[in-house]
Design a protein around this ligand. Structure first.
Ligand SMILES: Nc1ncnc2c1ncn2[C@@H]1O[C@H](COP(=O)(O)OP(=O)(O)OP(=O)(O)O)[C@@H](O)[C@H]1O
Ligand SMILES: [Mg+2]
Length: 421
């Protein structure tokens, strides 16, 4: 039995933790947060660590060199643990990359006998039907994208988005009568090779991996605000190697998409076009983003503009697909180090961008800052900008997973265990 399967075979919700580590293994940086979990369900960050990864260590969001990544993570972890003054055993790791498929499946069931109360067994059958449908969809899309017939795709992460009986939202359908039951479940699937690599990293670090979480899901949950629930939102995490997009609509997360373009591509263009070594190009870019005028500012400006246009076209494609014919929410939250370039937000604010997509009005574009995140407090004062939002999201997932007393989530866990997905 693999470690991952063990995650899902825990009968009830995982035991409440008092402290945990969140590890975001990004293309550009390995980031670690050590945090405590209070009884109030909030997290408090006590230690922060970061280590830059080498150019060959990751491949667009996925691990390419296990040994090197373990070394980088160990450095980031040690820094965070020393700052915190303690070392949690448990870790939550984020997963990203183009082949991670996250989507919500909505399933409607007409009941033959509406007067009979819904039982645990009936609910289990319903969840199973949803999960089978989701698995088929994930396999189909990975097969189509890789061109390989038999990619081993595994369930990484599953969460109930909502349940309704005859149109009324319920938190637990058991015991209700009614004709139409609707249930929505978010699932993230990933090829076994990626998952396995993360499990190996955790094992080599000597940590107990309590969950692997789809990063865009974590980012989309972290605000936990009424505004997002009511009006929906788009979350865009522009990292070094990938851009992850999550759509929240009608109160729940509907889907996530990722494409392999991020800040590193911008740096690479500067390096290629100005014929500079990568580290020099990186510092030129960062200086430019900070408004520090360098000798080649005009050239950098032009190169960045060209690349951001390509990036925005990528976002457009992804949003069109996610929208699937319906209106997109009027709010976009940006995070990730790549979004520190002002041109990134500007591209999304441009008239043409909104016009080509099903927005009811031009979207408001905001940068997510750590202080907006109420679920996780930062005692270290070292979490300073949008680059730190993803690990904070992972930390919040550790808390959500542990505190989920929702019987629907418990049923989902049982079904997933029985199905051996
Ligand atoms: N001040 C800055 N100005 C411009 N770009 C920056 C700045 N600071 C960081 N970046 C860019 O942000 C990127 C790294 O962001 P982040 O740490 O979010 O990525 P990651 O999580 O490691 O990667 P991924 O999520 O793609 O796996 C790098 O490309 C870096 O050049
Ligand atoms: Mg990232």
């Amino acid at each position: 039995m693999t470690a991952l399967r063990r995650l899902w075979t825990r009968d009830s919700a995982p035991q409440a933790l008092s402290a945990c580590t969140a590890l975001d293994i990004g293309t550009e940086f390995a980031k670690a947060l050590v945090f405590e979990i209070g009884d109030d369900g909030y997290g408090t960050v006590r230690g922060v660590g970061r280590k830059r990864q080498g150019l060959s260590h990751m491949q667009s969001g996925t691990v390419a060199d296990i040994a090197a990544v373990v070394d980088n993570c160990a450095v980031a972890l040690q820094e965070a643990e020393e700052m915190a003054g303690f070392r949690p055993e448990q870790v939550v790791i984020g997963i990203a990359g183009e082949l991670v498929k996250g989507f919500t499946t909505v399933h409607d069931q007409e009941r033959a006998r509406p007067d009979v109360q819904i039982t645990e067994q009936e609910l289990g059958k319903l969840i199973e039907a949803v999960q089978r449908q989701a698995m088929r969809e994930a396999e189909r899309s990975v097969t189509w994208e890789t061109g390989l017939q038999s990619v081993d795709v595994r369930l990484v992460h599953a969460a109930v988005v909502g349940a309704w009986i005859d149109g009324y939202a319920v938190t637990n359908p058991i015991g209700f009568q009614g004709r139409n039951v609707r249930i929505a479940i978010f699932d993230a699937f990933a090829p076994l090779v990626h998952l396995g690599a993360l499990q190996t990293v955790a094992a080599k670090l000597g940590m107990d991996l309590i969950a692997i979480v789809a990063e865009p899901y974590a980012v989309a949950r972290v605000l936990d605000s009424e505004q997002v629930r009511q009006g929906g939102a788009l979350f865009i995490d522009v990292g070094g190697g990938t851009t992850d997009v999550a759509l929240v609509r009608q109160g729940g997360i509907e889907g996530t998409r990722m494409f392999a373009l991020g800040g590193r591509a911008f740096t690479k263009s500067i390096a290629d076009r100005l014929d500079l070594p990568f580290p020099r190009a990186e510092s030129l870019k960062v200086d430019y983003a900070r408004g520090i005028a360098g000798d080649r500012q005009a050239a950098v400006h032009e190169i960045v503009a060209d690349d951001v246009a390509v990036w925005a076209a990528g976002v457009e494609l992804v949003l069109e697909e996610l929208a699937s014919g319906d209106l997109l929410p009027g709010r976009i939250y940006l995070c990730g180090g790549g979004s520190r370039l002002a041109a990134v937000a500007e591209a999304l604010r441009a008239d043409g961008f909104a016009k080509r997509l099903p927005f009811a009005r031009p979207p408001e574009v905001a940068i997510l800052a750590p202080e907006q995140i109420e679920t996780i407090r930062d005692e270290t004062l070292l979490l300073e900008d949008q680059q730190d939002v993803t690990p904070m999201g992972l930390a919040y997932q550790a808390i959500e997973l542990g505190s989920s007393a929702n019987p629907l989530d418990a049923s989902l866990r049982r079904v997933v265990r029985a199905m051996r997905l």
